[in-house]
Design a protein around this ligand. Sequence first.
Ligand code: HEM
Ligand SMILES: *[C@@H]1O[C@H](CO)[C@@H](O)[C@H](O)[C@H]1NC(C)=O
Ligand SMILES: *[C@@H]1O[C@H](CO)[C@@H](O)[C@H](O)[C@H]1NC(C)=O
Ligand SMILES: *[C@@H]1O[C@H](CO)[C@@H](O)[C@H](O)[C@H]1NC(C)=O
Length: 499
Amino acid sequence: MALFTVPVVAGAVLVATVVWIVTRLRSADAAVPGPAFSLFSSLPLKFHEFCGNRTRYVHSLHLRYGSVVRLAPGEVAFASLPALKEIYMSNGSGYDKTAFYHLFRQYSTPTMFSTLDKQTHSKRRRILADRYANSNVVKAEALDGIRERASRFAAVAKTSQTLDIYIALHSYAFDGVTHHLFHPFGSNALQDEADERIMREVSFDNSLARRLLEYYYPSGLPGKVADLLGLLPPARSIPRAKQIVLDAVDATLLNASDEKTAGGPRAADFTLLARLQDPALGLTRMQMAAECMDHMAAGIETTGDVLCWLMWQISLPAFQGVQDRLFAELQANRDPSKYDSLPYLNAVLKEGLRMFPSIPMSLPRHVPEGGRVIDGTWLPGGTIVSCQPYTMHRFDQDVFPRPDEFEPDRWLDTTPEQDAEMNRRFFAFSNGGRGCLGKHLAMAEMKLLLRDVYMQFQTVLTDEAKAADMSMADQIISARPKDQTCKLKFIPRGKTEAA
Ligand code: HEM
Ligand SMILES: *[C@@H]1O[C@H](CO)[C@@H](O)[C@H](O)[C@H]1NC(C)=O
Ligand SMILES: *[C@@H]1O[C@H](CO)[C@@H](O)[C@H](O)[C@H]1NC(C)=O
Ligand SMILES: *[C@@H]1O[C@H](CO)[C@@H](O)[C@H](O)[C@H]1NC(C)=O
């Protein structure tokens, strides 16, 4: 019996293998350029993901195979403008998100960002969008809070002279976003150690591998095995961050509904929380908290990391001239209301976002049922497709010559046509109906911070900063400077000048 079954089983396995190989070879992705192994296995891609190296790996495949490349069975990446438009902008918000985004649920509750389908998403987005419209961001009460925090940053720099900007900028971003989410219950991490600890909880999270396992193996077995073997860092644990959000929600909810405390502090009119509490929306306490938590996390890492990389870049000896030009422009335009209309400041920030998009990697979407032709390549429904900001900002060297060089002037010494070509590929905030909602807030925060710093200081790297590894360490969707530290020396301008 046993002698009979071994060949039968072996034969069955062989037949199944052959069928599988033939199916793969005849699949639509077989026609897509890419490494041969990626037709059969996603392991090389996963390996790079677990190493925090997905962005660079995907970029290297584009450089080798061109603007369309197969990453894994059923997963294809694009680096062209027609593909970007089709995947992210067709019909307004492009293709639906993949289950990857379930990793972004907060308090186990779905949020706008983690919603996969168009309909549910656009309903929520319509409710929240005006909170982040530029007209709301620049309202005096909203913007003054950001200004105040930018001056606080400069004041701290003045006193300490040497500042770890990785920490200070994440504190600044945390304070800025919580102001917009639930003023007067915003944080003060720049001055208050307890609040700084909340920021650290979020920013020093190391749960990448654990969360990837959760996504790839929802059954949990490989995760449990890896855990038993002690291979995994601790799970994402952000109790303080969760608490500050719940506290703000609860305080304002109670004061809004309870007669006795009706005169007490409420979320200011311009805030996200004020909108979420509109009784007409019928949101639960946890839905409000989840949405706030998501925007809080979205606002800390992204803004903090871009600013950190950018200030590091222009603190390098070869880029001190960039600071001098910023200083001259800011001196000539001291009126604070002008922060948004300064061409050089704008070019420097844009170049920072181009070189160091803090969400640099693939934003995965599903090809809709029935399949689609994307930039000339037909793919069946369900295929995972994406573009990544890091590559969109570098791949087409006619549009971005010397793509790895930091050159703010590329945004100034240019023709209107070239400028339009660059802007169409500018993908740091994604694009279309699922693009960054907080873009105007983020731009205001970053411009005000750079204004306050470079109007007053020259920044140079300390020896520690020279030794720090600033290369990209990918997280779940964002990336951060690998060593998570960058100590700069802040030299007051007046001293060098007046002396
Ligand atoms: C430099 C700073 C920022 C960058 C580079 C950035 C980038 C992005 C990108 C690329 C996306 C799309 C992600 C995807 O499709 O997977 C996104 C979405 C989003 N961002 Fe930002 N972001 C920044 C700051 C902020 C801030 C300050 C907020 C404040 C609340 C924010 C709130 C959001 C929200 C709510 C979404 C989801 C939009 C939706 O699902 O419709 N972001 N951001
Ligand atoms: C990341 O990927 C790039 C491109 O494939 C490769 O050259 C580099 O060695 C990788 N880095 C790490 C740390 O694995
Ligand atoms: C966009 O909508 C049209 C009409 O409703 C539909 O035919 C088309 O397939 C949709 N495209 C995508 C990418 O969903
Ligand atoms: C409500 O308002 C009072 C002041 O009137 C304030 O002390 C309190 O912190 C607020 N929150 C709650 C939950 O009562």
